[in-house]
Design a protein around this ligand. Sequence first.
Ligand code: OGA
Ligand code: MN
Length: 197
Amino acid sequence: MFDQIIQEIERQGFSICPHLLSSQEVSEANEFFLRHSTEFQAALVGPETGKKRVEDIRGDFTLWLATDNAPREFRKLFEFLNELKSELNKRLFLGLRDYEAHLARYPVGSFYTLHLDRHEKKSTRVVSFVFYLNEEWKDGEGGELILYDKNNVEILRLPPEPGTFICFLSEEFPHEVKVATRERRSLTGWIHSIQLS
Ligand code: OGA
Ligand code: MN
């Protein structure tokens, strides 16, 4: 598993594990989404000093998770991330220290336009990752993650299928989330080169 991820990151800068999570794990994650639906907050855009809601840029709602004391439903995902972090350090010397993660809910009709996860100079994001948590996703329902190369040529179009995992180098790939006809659920985060407080 980690061999393949390491090789793909080294070769192409991103790696996909189709259906990494079992349907049981995805279904428990969904129950968590339902129980905590009122705690999600509208995701904002802009600089730290002037963040605002702009649904024409991103329309998702997020709930940050504590990574040191994760809810039971996500403990296995976080163990996987801890292992991924140490394998990436051991074999690719990425100097990863810590990660942060939130659940994301994209209501029907919402999207996230083209952006880079490591946009600001001071950003310490090195690896971006997403676990897709919908229990079902059919062709034609949209919601794909699209990765572009540095010349804005599309290189990957990934539908958010149940339990699929992707990670990619935050600096390398502008990307966007297409509009969907079904609520789109994920656990999304970033591994940083510093210890987060
Ligand atoms: C993000 C993001 C991708 C996805 O939250 O920054 O790009 O597929 N998410 O949810
Ligand atoms: Mn992003």
